[in-house]
Design a protein around this ligand. Structure first.
Ligand code: COA
Length: 212
C-alpha cells in the first residue's frame, strides 16, 4: 500500500515503518525505549493501578517482563505493526509512561494505547502525548482512522480521548475479561478529516510537576 507521508519513507514497501526516534511536545519528549529502561518500566507498570486499566499488562509485572516487552519494539516497528514510545518529561528526562499506535496498514487505521506512572498522573501528560501520536498517525503515516478503547470505569482515559478530539463510538458489553471479571468496553475514534478540521490539537497546557 502506497501511503503518502509527510515524513520521507515512513512506510517502506516491505511495510516496515521509519518513524522519528523522538517526538517533541511542550512538556515531553517521546523516544524509543532502551533496554536500560526495563527496571523503571517494571517499577511504574508494576503498580496494580496501571495493570488494572490496561488489558495486556499482567500483575505482578517483573523486570524480565519489561525486558521482553522492550525487546519486541524494534521488530514490531520494523514489521510495520506497532510504534511504541517512552513518555519522558522534557525538563528532567525522567521516564513517566508509554504510548503506542498499533497500525493496520491495509485499513490505514491504528489503535492507540497508553499508560502514565502513578506519580506523574494529572499533569496532562497522557493528553499531550496522545495528541502528538495523532499528529504522527495522521500527518506522518497518513492514517484514515485512529481509535482507542477503555474499560467502563476508566473515566480518566475517556477524558484524555475526548480532549484530543475523539468521539465516543459506543460500548461493547462485557467485551473484555480482566482478572476474571467481564467489563464493558468503550470505543473512541477520530477520522483524518475530523483531525484536520479540528482546533483541539493546539498544545495542551500542563501543570508544573515540581515535587514529583
Ligand atoms: C489514563 C491515564 C493514562 C491518564 O494519564 P494522565 O497523564 O494522568 O492524564 P491527564 O493528566 O492528561 O488527564 C488526567 C486528569 O488530569 C487533569 N489535568 C491534566 N492537566 C491538567 C492541568 N494542567 N491542570 C489541572 N488538571 C489537569 C485532566 O483534566 C484529567 O482530569 P479528569 O480525569 O477529570 O478528566 C492514567 O491514569 C493511567 O495510566 N491509568 C492507568 C492505565 C490506563 O488506564 N491506561 C489507559 C487504558 S485505556
Amino acid at each position: 500500500m502506497n501511503l503518502m507521508t509527510l515524513y520521507d519513507d515512513v512506510i517502506n514497501e516491505d511495510c516496515s515503518m521509519i518513524v522519528p526516534e523522538t517526538l517533541n511536545t511542550p512538556h515531553l519528549v517521546l523516544r524509543y525505549f532502551r533496554p536500560e529502561d526495563a527496571e523503571r518500566v517494571a517499577e511504574l507498570a508494576g503498580d496494580i493501578h496501571i495493570a488494572s486499566g490496561v488489558l495486556n499488562i499482567p500483575h505482578p509485572y517483573t523486570i524480565d517482563d519489561a525486558r521482553d516487552w522492550i525487546g519486541q519494539h524494534r521488530f514490531l516497528r520494523d514489521h510495520g505493526e506497532e510504534i511504541i514510545y517512552a513518555i519522558t518529561v522534557r525538563e528532567s528526562a525522567i521516564l513517566a509512561g508509554a504510548i503506542s499506535l498499533r497500525v493496520n496498514t491495509e485499513h490505514a487505521h491504528a489503535e492507540m494505547g497508553y499508560w502514565i506512572g502513578r506519580p506523574y498522573q494529572g499533569y496532562g501528560y497522557a493528553t499531550e502525548a496522545a495528541g502528538s501520536m495523532l499528529e504522527l498517525g495522521f500527518r506522518g503515516l497518513s492514517l484514515h482512522r485512529i481509535y482507542a478503547r477503555h474499560l467502563s470505569w476508566n473515566t480518566t482515559s475517556s477524558g484524555v480521548l475526548t480532549r484530543i478530539g475523539m468521539v465516543h463510538e459506543g460500548v461493547m458489553r462485557g467485551h473484555a475479561s480482566k482478572w476474571g471479571v467481564f467489563h464493558d468496553v468503550h470505543w473512541y475514534s477520530i477520522m483524518d478529516d475530523e483531525y484536520y478540521s479540528s482546533s483541539v490539537h493546539a498544545d495542551h497546557p500542563g501543570r508544573d510537576p515540581s515535587g514529583v
